[in-house]
Design a protein around this ligand. Sequence first.
Ligand SMILES: [Zn+2]
Length: 341
Amino acid sequence: MRRTALFFLSLCLLSVSLAHAEDLFDIKPMADGVYAAIAKPVYKINCNAAIILLGDSVLVVDTHSKPSAARALIEQIKKITGQPVRYVVNTHFHWDHYQGNQAYPSSWPAGVEIISSRATRENIEHRGIPRVKYEIATMPREIEHLKSELAVAADPKRQEALRTNLQQAESYLAELKSMQFTLPTLTFDRSLILYRPTRTVQILWLGNAHTDGDAWVYLPKEKILFCGDALHGWTPFMGDSYPFDWIQTLDAAEKLDFDQALGGHGDVMHGKQTFELWKAYFRDLLDDTARIYGEGASLEEAQKQVSTVLIAKYASKFDPDFAHSVTANVTKAYQVISQAR
Ligand SMILES: [Zn+2]
């Protein structure tokens, strides 16, 4: 009796965990055997992934912010194909794109190559891992803050949202503490081309952009480009970026022949409009900040004045959080311009 109860309990837990797995990503076909895994919004965000069937194996682009998210995607991949994942690409070193790496070699111990640019591997080692340790040290404060917000929240909907966030924050911290740092096993400088039975995949470094190691994954026959965070559907994050180079790198990427693009965040993009939008935004951001800096403006004055102009021109074209993100972008532009002197 007790064993039966335990069996049903474990079935329930399994179905809960599978249901949860399905909740993390929307799988959208982009071409025959090529899928976009669009991350659903959660408290600790996950990036999108690409699932590319190669005939004898599978290539996945990016591994999200935690091993459990990567494992959730692996469950979804297994419903699409029986082929093993043999290649994983980390587009860059940010937490939400590589922290799930360990899930792949642990799911396919016979061999998974994790591919990145050489710069990204070095960035994970020298900057990514210390940032995880910093998060482990500082997340308890974030959790305490959520608890104190929950204690004073009056609205039941707000309470429910805070409770969910708190639960996600606590399980994320537990995952970070037990994380096995898993670095790329295969690096490239300019390009790495996989010639597999049903598909050719070009993995390219086209210049500094969102970071100094951004990888683009290009399918020339299918005319699909995966962009990581060098181009996506949200407002650009510029914290580790090279803003002037970024414009040129987008020019280089735009010259590739593609119809569809998928970034690390947001939906599938058609055509090249988002490339034009981001380049225009970066140019305005840099030009306006440079002009105001040249007039002797302090950082605070630049933040206020440039943000106002950019919000009026661009807020409707980016995500709803644009007004918050833009101040950080002006700060980055001001730093780059003032340090260049
Ligand atoms: Zn990202």
